[in-house]
Design a protein around this ligand. Structure first.
Ligand code: ADP
Ligand code: MG
Length: 848
């Protein structure tokens, strides 16, 4: 058994056991290599914490979960899968005896869906928490809730090499923080003096060259090279093997997709000097003995939302200062070391202090769905360590609604949503797997999804000849861009993934091989979940329908025949890529939507990796979101009412046809609206109409016994609609006569009574006729010349004496002199004053 008792972590053994006896939460901060991951589970085991249940250790990486389980099993002299086990995305090695279980973060969250209270778990350890993966964050939040509400006995331990202890401490409060310093030796850092020309030499060329130089200068200790991913590692290893003597050196790759034996070999101790080329799994998750040289590419593959593909993807990015420091530390665990950074000191200054937590980098739909499935009603009330941006939450909810994973109205998880969670895939792909089950094409779908996970198997930049050959061999299918990719994969497989054959066709052999393997893993899961993997009906339509079910929010309709312009669901616009084979279909689904900035800064949206869609599929797949409506509205000129028949998918108009078959009522309604809002002129509605309405309203209020309705806004609209019945266009409205409609407002008796009681002309005592105007506020005004009023004494009234008239006194030229209620006082006061002037001006008239 290896000597582990001397590891620094044992300094805190006693205090850890005490802390866990007293409380439920502990933070352990200790440098990499101190023994956190391998020893703490054993400390708990020996300390009697695992009598009733297991300790589950969450790991961000599959590779680490497996290797740690193996190491701990070896230290305890047991087999992996017994007392010590592990579970990662596609593999499970556990049994009822398992007490120490290493799992990747996603596995535990999914498990919480079936076993919400984590009944078998006594202690939950969050390892490598400083990496701040989304699943880690969420699982910790959930675990705290469970502990608080249902499981006060559950122990939670958060471990990390570097921690923002204060923030975390208040998040976990009450909790104890235990620290162990560990022992390290100094590591000297060097940078490149000039930025390498990336066009001439790739990162693996530089790394190999510099590593060989370093190994010549420093003749003891192992070397550890950090590369972003499997591809770069393979290239580096090839170069190193070609130039280093195999007697003296053993060159080992270390990355997740490598067969287990090779992974094991990378961390085993050997007699020869070792050169390990690894992903950042060796940064803090794993410790490799005897490393004294670190060569750091400064790059990492990191999960980030890829807006083009609408999914999360791995992109290669520059590491932060914190991460570079961790990598440097790997050279100083057992003796002083050296670290060469393959970037310049100036470049270093511009790098970020630390990585952004994943919650700010990736699409949240998968975890939001998982949270909802675990019974969380209000996502915003979740106890986040760092709360996600509102926009990210909204986007996630929107996508889940479009996928049918949550209800459109209340956002609650649906049956489909629950079934989707069985697949450890982005919700779009999970939805596609379910659709494939329905349409009987699970194997092909599994392959298709595997093919789009990575960067694609068709090389992007190939020469003309290769392109031509590729077109000849693979063909072009105007129904789908995917046919070509599937065909490329089949060719690669038939050629045994031969690098030469693949290169000749512009196919990435390694990616094709990996896709095949991944498809196999998807199939295994599908089978376990009860999907029918035996049948594989593929006539193109099935695959198209499945694609549509996962990408329905990227359904596009060609806007015209002459251009590539498309309208996309949710009110967006874009252009079909010229390179897409789907040039003829009026409806299509795009699985990639990229925004490209033009020379003048204008942004255009390009749709690629498309597949043809039939309208009938939309009805079939989304019966509730497919609408057919017939609406009466103005035509394109805006001056004529027509009938529009529209078919829509969500807000995307599939067809919009005008026809003449409009109902009279519908047309009159629209024309009346247009008249009211002033867009359509109605000359017939003039001052005399307003006068008449005032008169009717006056009559209505003075003579309730006649039961006449007054005319306000609603009634005006009604009258307009009545008048417009039978009309269709603005032109006809122009010629309309309003009076027949207006007159019909009153019955014959009512009309006669109004004529009698509220006359438009009033017969004065002298026999002359004077005009009476009715105002809006119920006031009536009689206008007459002075001479016509000489015989008038006292008040004048209409409406059988119910309404006194105001009098507008006019000069002989019809100009108003005064408006008065009291004619007597006019004669006495005003008249004598103005009479001389008027008489002078109009001598021919009578001036009494
Ligand atoms: P930490 O989690 O604190 O980084 P680990 O528990 O992973 O530390 O490792 C503690 C020590 O155990 C390492 O420093 C190393 O010496 C030893 N060790 C761990 N795993 C292996 C392994 N697979 N092979 C050899 N030694 C190992
Ligand atoms: Mg560790």
């Amino acid at each position: 058994m290896p000597e582990v008792k001397r590891l620094p972590i044992y300094e805190i053994e006693k205090s850890l056991l005490e802390a866990l006896q007293q409380g439920g939460r502990v933070i352990i901060q200790a440098p990499t290599g101190s023994g956190k991951s391998t020893q703490i589970p054993q400390v708990l085991y020996r300390g009697g914490f695992l009598v009733k249940g297991e300790v589950v250790i969450l790991q961000p990486r599959r590779l680490a979960a497996r290797l740690l389980a193996k190491r701990v099993a070896a230290e305890l002299a047991v087999k992996v899968g017994g007392l010590v086990g592990y579970q990662v995305r596609f593999e499970s090695h556990i049994s009822p005896e398992t007490r120490i279980r290493f799992v990747t973060e996603g596995v535990l969250l999914r498990q919480m869906l079936d076993d919400y209270l984590l009944k078998r778990v006594s202690v939950l350890i969050f390892d490598e928490f400083h990496e701040r993966h989304l699943y880690g964050d969420i699982t910790l939040g959930r675990a705290l809730q469970i502990q608080q509400e249902h499981r006060p006995d559950l122990k939670i331990v958060v471990m990390s090499a570097t921690l923002e202890a204060e923030k975390l401490q208040s998040y976990l409060a009450p909790c104890q923080v235990l620290q162990s310093e560990g022992r390290t030796y100094p590591v000297e850092v060097a940078y490149l003096t000039r930025s390498p020309e990336r066009k001439k030499s790739e990162i693996w060329d530089i790394a190999a060259l510099e590593t060989i130089r370093l190994l010549e200068r420093h003749t003891i200790g192992n070397a550890l090279i950090f590369m972003p991913g499997g591809y770069e590692i393979v290239r580096t290893v090839e170069l190193l093997k070609a130039r280093l003597s195999s007697k003296e050196f053993e060159v080992c790759p270390l990355y997740g997709e490598l067969p287990p034996e090779e992974q094991d070999r990378a961390i085993e101790q050997t007699k020869r000097r070792k050169v390990i080329v690894s992903t950042n799994v060796a940064e803090t998750s794993l410790t490799i003995e005897g490393v004294q040289l670190v060569i750091d590419s400064g790059l990492v593959r990191m999960a980030r939302f890829d807006p083009n593909r609408g999914i999360n993807a791995l992109t290669i990015e520059k590491i932060s200062h914190t991460s570079a420091e961790q990598r440097r530390g790997r050279a100083g665990r057992t003796a002083p070391g050296h670290c060469l950074r393959l970037w310049t000191e100036r470049d270093h200054e511009f790098r970020q202090e630390k990585e952004l937590p994943e919650i700010y980098r990736i699409d949240l739909s998968e975890v939001i769905l998982a949270l909802k499935a675990s019974g969380l009603k209000e996502v915003s009330l979740f106890p986040w360590l760092d709360a996600p941006l509102d926009e990210s939450l909204e986007n996630a909810e929107k996508l889940l609604r479009d996928l049918g994973a949550v209800h459109y109205q209340n956002g609650e998880i649906t049956e489909v949503g629950r079934r989707m969670l069985a697949f450890p895939l982005h919700p779009r792909y999970a939805r596609m797997m379910l659709a494939a089950d329905h349409y009987g094409c699970v194997p092909s779908m599994a392959l298709m999804i595997a093919l789009v996970q990575g960067r694609g198997i068709l090389l992007r930049r190939v020469d003309k000849e290769t392109e031509q050959r590729r077109d000849d061999v693979l063909g072009i299918d105007s129904h789908s861009d995917f046919t070509r990719v599937l065909s490329a994969w089949k060719h690669a497989k038939e050629a045994g993934y031969s690098i030469d054959v693949c290169r000749g066709l512009g196919i990435h052999a390694q990616a094709a091989r990996q896709a095949g393997k991944l498809a196999g893993q998807f199939l295994t899961i599908a089978k376990k979940r009860g999907l029918s993997t035996e049948v594989d009906l593929v006539d193109g339509n099935e695959l198209g329908k499945c694609l549509l079910s996962g990408f329905s929010n990227q359904l596009a309709k060609r806007m015209d025949k002459g251009t590539l312009r498309c309208a996309i669901v949710h009110g967006r616009r874009g252009n079909l890529a010229r390179t897409s084979a789907v040039q003829k279909s009026p409806l299509l689904v795009a699985t990639e939507v990229s925004e490209i900035e033009g020379k003048k800064g204008e942004v255009s949206t390009i749709l690629s990796m498309c597949s043809q869609v039939e309208e009938s599929w939309l009805r079939e797949l989304f019966p509730e979101e497919f609408k057919e409506e017939s609406i009466t509205s103005l035509d394109s000129s805006g001056k004529r009412v027509v009938d529009r028949r529209r078919r829509l998918f969500r807000d995307l108009v599939l067809e919009d046809k005008e026809s003449e078959g409009v109902s009279d009522d519908g047309a009159a309604e629209i024309l009346a609206d247009q008249i009211v809002n002033g867009r359509c002129k109605l000359p017939a509605w003039d001052e005399s109409v307003e006068q008449w309405i005032n008169r009717v309203n006056c009559f209505s209020s003075l003579f309730p016994e006649f039961a006449i309705s007054s005319i306000a806004g609603e009634e005006r609209r009604f009258l307009l609609r009545q008048a417009c019945l039978g009309l269709r266009s603005f032109k006809e409205v122009k010629r309309l006569d309003m009076w027949p409609t207006l007159k019909s407002w009153l019955g014959p008796e009512q009309a006669a009574a109004m004529e009698e009681y509220l006359p438009e002309r009033y017969i004065l005592p002298g026999g002359g006729k004077a005009k009476v105007r009715y105002l809006e506020d119920g006031v009536a005004i009689l206008s007459a010349r002075i001479q016509e009023l000489y015989d008038v004494k006292g008040m004048l009234s209409v409406a059988d004496g119910r309404l006194n008239l105001k009098i507008e006194i006019l000069a002989p030229n019809q100009r108003p002199i005064q408006l008065t209620d009291d004619l007597e006082s006019f004669w006495q006061k005003t008249y004598p004053e103005i009479k001389p002037a008027l008489a002078g001006r109009y001598p021919k008239h009578e001036w009494r």
